[in-house]
Write a protein that binds this ligand. Structure first.
Ligand code: SAH
Length: 219
């Protein structure tokens, strides 16, 4: 559902445009339409218009708006697309995606964050987004394939299961690298199934935790 722009959202959209150089009107309109404060803990709501990552509890963060703009720009979503966000945290990016794409799915490993995201989205009237608790490295297979996959947490490599969940002509954007420094990588699957990779901006995201791989046993 399309949300109405707010003065605070408009201000953040202008800040994001200056900081990221992203000029796509659909992306900037989404920032103007989604009230970021609603996705923040009460004590941080007064900082909603800052172009900063902020804590959302359980050691996780709501991403920096200008970085989200770069990710959305790399993702190149169209109104007909089915999109998955892996690591949807507060649900803020899902709300932005709901203003741009047709079908939006989010997966989050912390049940408490998934529950809160669902609650925030429904209070805003964003009822057409599905939030599921679970390990997003498995690619939420029930709704695959996806035209677009956005991974909002970093890892040394893109999980194969996520690449397998991409539709023909699909595109995945993910921070790839070490825990303290990653590069935003865009991967596109062409109509012959070949994958094409492109490197983008430097970034630092919380780690993508692989719950399905047991930790190595001590010797
Ligand atoms: N876009 C979110 C970013 C949240 S931070 C926002 O703006 O709020 C990244 C999130 O990825 C965290 O909430 C973390 O719990 C989650 N995460 C990490 N590994 C995951 C996994 N394997 N599956 C699902 N979620 C994961």
């Amino acid at each position: 559902m399309a949300l109405a722009p707010t003065a605070a959202g408009q201000k953040l959209a202008e800040r994001v445009a200056r900081a990221s150089d992203v000029a796509d009107p659909r992306i900037l309109a989404a920032f103007a339409q989604v009230p970021r404060g609603a996705f923040l803990p009460a004590e941080l709501q007064h900082r909603a218009e800052e172009d900063q990552a902020l804590p959302i509890g359980l050691g996780q963060t709501i991403s920096q708006p200008s970085m989200i703009a770069l990710m959305l720009s790399a993702l190149d979503c169209a109104p007909r697309h089915r999109v998955l966000e892996v690591g949807c945290g507060s649900g803020y990016v899902l709300a932005l995606l709901s203003q741009i794409a047709a079908e939006v799915f989010g997966v989050e490993r912390h049940a408490e964050l998934a529950e809160r995201a669902r609650d925030t989205l429904s209070k805003l009237g964003v009822t057409d987004v599905v939030v599921q608790e679970g390990d997003g490295t498995l690619g939420l297979p029930g709704h695959a394939p996806y035209d677009r996959i956005l991974v909002s947490a970093g890892a040394p490599a893109i999980p194969d299961t996520l690449l397998a969940a991409l539709a023909e002509g699909g595109r995945l954007v993910m921070p790839v690298g070490s825990p303290d420094a990653q590069i935003l990588v865009t991967c596109e699957r062409d109509d012959k199934g070949t994958l094409h990779y492109r490197a983008g901006a430097s970034c630092v995201f919380v780690p993508l935790v692989n719950d399905s791989t047991p930790p190595p046993r001590e010797a």
